[in-house]
Design a protein around this ligand. Structure first.
Ligand code: CTP
Length: 401
C-alpha cells in the first residue's frame, strides 16, 4: 500500500490516451490512494465519467458550476486536502493553459487555485507534430520553470498512426513516477551501481549451476534508489523480473560477465555508491564442455572441475578511489558473527546480512546492517519497505562519510 492515506486529484484532459487512465486509477486505488477524478469536457468525449466514477469510487467532477459542492467552489474544495494533482493525459491545449495561467474550466482553475506545496504532475500525450511545435516546446519550458513535474512523454507509436515523441507513459510508469513524488530525495545527484540476482555458470551449452536468488531484493533496492533521486544502473544475472522503471539494466549470465560489466560501468560512470546484492557463484566449471555432455553408459558421470570466480565486491572495494561499497551476506547460521566478520574481511563500510534460505524467492525479509559502529536490525517486512529503509540508512551514512 505505497499510497495509503494519499488523496490524489486525477485530472483528465482530451486525448485518446484517456482509456489508459482507467488502469492507472485502479492501480492508484489498489495502492491505497483516494482518487478524485476531475475531467474536462473534451476528456468526457474519450471515456465516460461513469467509468471513472466506478473505478475511483468517487463522484467525478467536470463542471465549474457543479451544484453538488455545497459552497459551489469545487476548484477550492477539491484541492485543499489533496496530496498531489496529476493531469493525465495532458493535452497540448491544457499545457498551454497551465503555461499561461488560464482558468476557463474547472480543471485549469483548480490547478491555479492549488495551494503551493501540492505537487502538480503532468503526463503529456499528443501527436508528434503537436509535441514538436515551437509553441508547445515554449509552453513545456515555462511549465518546468514553474516547478510542475513532467512525466514523459516518450517516443513511440501513436494512435494516429504516426511515430515519434508525444506518446504518454504507460500506466505502470506513471504509477512509479507518482509513488516517487512522495519519497524523500536523499540521493539526488548520486550515481549508484547495483548487482542483483543469481549468476549461471555453464556446465555445457544446455546445463549450468545457479542458485535460488530471485533478484527481488536487488531490484527493490534499485527502485528505492531511483525513487530517492539517484541515477541507477543494475547489473543483473538471470531473473524473471522486469527492470524497475527509471533504472538502466544490463543483463549478464556468469560471474565473470558480471565482473566485467561492473568494471566497465565503474570506468564510464564513476558511481559514488556500489551495492553488491547479487548471489554470485563462488566457483565456475573449469572444464565446461562446448557440446552437450552425453549419458553414454551407466557409469559415465561427468567429472567437473571448479575454479574460483573473481570476488567482485572485494575487487571494487580495493580499488583506489573506490565508491562507497555496500555488501550483502547470505548466511545460513550465526548471522551476527559471520556478518560482522565478512564486513571486515571485504573491507567495506556497510554490510547487509540476511539468512539466505529464509529470503531467497520470498516477498519479505529481515536485515541486519553492520558498520564500524556495530549493527542495526531492520525487522521483517516486505522487500520494498526494507529497500526504502536501507536507502535511508545508506543516505545518512553517505552524509557522514
Ligand atoms: N560477492 C561478489 N562476488 C563474488 C562473491 C560475492 O561480489 N564472487 C559479493 C556478494 O554480492 C555479496 C558479498 O560479496 O555482496 C558476500 O557474498 P557471500 O556469498 O555471502 O560471501 P562470500 O564472500 O562468497 O563468502 P562465503 O560464501 O564464504 O560466505
Amino acid at each position: 500500500m505505497r499510497l495509503a492515506g494519499k488523496k490524489i486529484v486525477l485530472g483528465m484532459t482530451g486525448g485518446i490516451a484517456c482509456y489508459k487512465i482507467a488502469e492507472l486509477t485502479r492501480m492508484l486505488g489498489k495502492a491505497g490512494a483516494d482518487v478524485q477524478v476531475v475531467m474536462t469536457q473534451a476528456a468526457t468525449q474519450f471515456i465516460t465519467p461513469v467509468t471513472m466514477q466506478a473505478l475511483s469510487g468517487n463522484t467525478v467532477f467536470a463542471d465549474q458550476w457543479d451544484t453538488r459542492i455545497p459552497n459551489n467552489m469545487p476548484h477550492i474544495d477539491l484541492t485543499r486536502d489533496a496530496d498531489a494533482i496529476v493531469i493525465a493525459p495532458c493535452s497540448t491545449d491544457f499545457m498551454s493553459k497551465l503555461a499561461h495561467g488560464a482558468c476557463d474550466d474547472l480543471l485549469s482553475t483548480l490547478c491555479i487555485a492549488r495551494p503551493s506545496g501540492i505537487p502538480l504532475l503532468i503526463a503529456p500525450a499528443m501527436n508528434v507534430e503537436m509535441w514538436q511545435n515551437a509553441a508547445t516546446q515554449r509552453n513545456a519550458t515555462l511549465i518546468k520553470a514553474d516547478g510542475i513535474q513532467m512525466m514523459g512523454p516518450v517516443s513511440g507509436e501513436q494512435a494516429c498512426g504516426e511515430t515519434g515523441m508525444g506518446r504518454m507513459l504507460e500506466p505502470d510508469q506513471l504509477f512509479s513516477e507518482i509513488v516517487a513524488t512522495f519519497q524523500k530525495k536523499s540521493l539526488t545527484g548520486k550515481q549508484i551501481l547495483i548487482t542483483a540476482g543469481p549468476t549461471f555458470e555453464p556446465i555445457d551449452p544446455v546445463r549450468g549451476i545457479t542458485n535460488l536468488s530471485s533478484g527481488k531484493m536487488g531490484y527493490a533496492i534499485a527502485q528505492a534508489a531511483w525513487e530517492a533521486g539517484a541515477q541507477v544502473t543494475l547489473v543483473s544475472g538471470p531473473t524473471a523480473l522486469s527492470a524497475p522503471y527509471g533504472v538502466r539494466r544490463i543483463h549478464v549470465q556468469t560471474a565473470q560477465q558480471m565482473h566485467d560489466a561492473v568494471m566497465t560501468q565503474l570506468q564510464i560512470q564513476n558511481p559514488q555508491v556500489f551495492i553488491a546484492v547479487a548471489a554470485v557463484a563462488d566457483w565456475r566449471v573449469a572444464n565446461a564442455s562446448d557440446q552437450k555432455l552425453k549419458k553414454t553408459s551407466e557409469s559415465n558421470t561427468p567429472q567437473l572441475k571448479f575454479i574460483q570466480n573473481p570476488d567482485i565486491l572485494a575487487l571494487v572495494a580495493a580499488l583506489p578511489n573506490a565508491p562507497y561499497c555496500v555488501g550483502f551476506a547470505a548466511e545460513s547460521e550465526n548471522l551476527l558473527q559471520y556478518g560482522a566478520a565478512k564486513r571486515v574481511k571485504k573491507n567495506i563500510p556497510l554490510l547487509v546480512g540476511n539468512i539466505g534460505h529464509h529470503t531467497f524467492g520470498k516477498e519479505d525479509n529481515e536485515l541486519v546492517l553492520f558498520d564500524a559502529n556495530g549493527y542495526v536490525q531492520l525487522p521483517r517486512a516486505d522487500k520494498q519497505t526494507l529497500a526504502i529503509q536501507l536507502i535511508d540508512e545508506l543516505a545518512q551514512r553517505l552524509v557522514s562519510a
